[in-house]
Design a protein around this ligand. Structure first.
Ligand code: ZN
Length: 409
């Protein structure tokens, strides 16, 4: 027996099913309340019920015949706005939104807002739903505007502020993102210091890329007041380099590596990024070279146990054409640890380069047996989002500093 047609029918007719359920719900309420109704006379209540069931039965008819627009009209023309009808509106609006029929959801919520006879709390709820419609539909400006309207009525709306934070971070409007994070920290129970620090670092980064180092340093100080994030420290390191404070730069690099050895490769990739149009360009890269040599000279047992640190050294040595040194570093690593696919690949590449083909083949075979292959360089440890780019804020789950690196096939 093949039941797939039932599933398909169910999918296509979700709204019909919902309308029938809503009608049943109203009948149920009518029956329950008929027995305990005290305020309204039986006759009056009965006429309300009849009017409502007629509307919903008509709507159901339209839905069954596939005419959703007429169905909505029928719903919207409900004469009586009691609590159940309002709930029905909200249920239907939510249904349309989750079904991707944003315009219908919008028209339902707008018609609710326009009603004179509803309470202020219902109007606020409808306004919030409308903002969610715009948000889901990708009408960013309207979503922002409507969320702000909600906050004008009631500032204590954690979910609304959270949504505004997400939108402003998405469009990289860091000033507004900062303002709403601060607001969120006052309303919500969660500490927002880490995220505020990240946002300030983003602002500072823009200043850095425009060569406004003084303003950048000030913004960065602010970031540190909230939390010393990895990205804040990396930017401070870049500032030290551009200002020629090499003692400080060496110290900070060592501190960063000891605190976050897994970020070593990102640190060096970030340091290599410098706006080539800026006049400080030549000095910057000259000093960066010095910092890299300082790093290559570090011989800390703890540090050299971290794959990302070793990989950074290998890459720098290869850039400097110091293949022998890279080779002996990898030889040592493979004897001691050997538990990193990324480094094994580097090892195989270098073995081929120096002509140790037999060994290269041997290691390729062991690698293939254990390989967890992947298509991207980086991924998010929270949600698994994949990307070749470095991301400090995951574009998918919006977490900060969850990036991890792996070997790209
Ligand atoms: Zn993520």
């Amino acid at each position: 027996m093949d039941y797939t047609f039932l599933l398909t029918w169910g999918k296509d007719n979700a709204l019909t099913v919902a309308a029938v359920l809503i009608t049943l719900f109203l009948i149920y309420h009518y029956v329950i309340e008929r027995d305990k109704g005290v305020k309204l006379s039986k006759k009056y209540r009965h006429s309300i019920f009849e009017a409502q069931s007629r509307i919903f039965l008509n709507a159901t008819q339209y839905l069954i015949s596939g005419n959703k627009d007429l169905a909505i009209k029928e719903f919207l023309s409900a004469v009586d706005l009691n609590r159940e009808t309002i709930d029905t509106y909200f249920a239907l609006g939510g249904l349309f939104r989750s079904n991707g029929e944003i315009e219908k959801a919008i028209s339902i919520h707008r018609s609710l807002i326009a009603r004179e006879s509803i309470s202020e709390s219902t109007r606020l709820q409808a306004l919030k739903e409308l903002a969610l419609d715009f948000d889901k539909g990708g009408f960013i400006d309207k979503a922002i505007e409507t969320y702000k309207d909600v906050l004008r009525i009631n500032r204590d709306q954690q979910d609304v502020i959270t949504n505004l934070c997400r939108i402003y971070e998405d469009i990289e409007d860091w000033d507004q993102a900062y303002n709403y994070r601060i607001m969120l920290s006052k309303v919500g129970p969660q500490n927002q210091s880490e995220t505020i620090s990240h946002i300030l670092v983003q602002k500072a980064k823009t200043l850095f890329e425009n060569g406004q180092y003084k303003a950048c340093a000030e913004e960065l100080e602010d970031a540190f007041r909230f939390a010393p994030s990895v990205s804040a420290k990396i930017l401070r390191l870049r500032l030290y380099i551009v200002m020629g404070k090499m003692e400080d730069a060496n110290g900070l690099l060592l501190e960063l590596l000891k605190e976050h050895p897994m970020y070593a490769t990102f640190i060096f990739v970030s340091l290599d990024g410098f706006n080539k149009k800026l006049p400080e360009r030549a000095e910057y890269f000259e000093r960066l070279d010095k910092l890299k040599h300082y790093f290559l000279g570090l011989d800390d047992v703890d540090l050299m146990g971290a794959p990302s640190v070793v990989l950074s050294k290998i890459r720098l040595l290869k850039d400097l054409k110091k293949t022998d040194e890279a080779m002996s570093l990898l030889d040592g690593w493979m004897k001691g640890h050997g538990q990193s696919d990324v480094l094994k690949v580097e090892y195989i590449k270098i073995l081929i380069e120096v002509g140790r083909v037999e060994e290269a083949l041997f290691h390729t075979r062991t690698l293939l047996e254990t390989l967890h292959s992947s298509l991207t360089r980086h991924y998010c440890s929270q949600c698994g989002y994949n990307s070749d780019d470095i991301f400090w804020r995951c574009p998918q789950c919006h977490s900060w500093e969850t990036i991890q690196f792996r070997w790209k096939v």
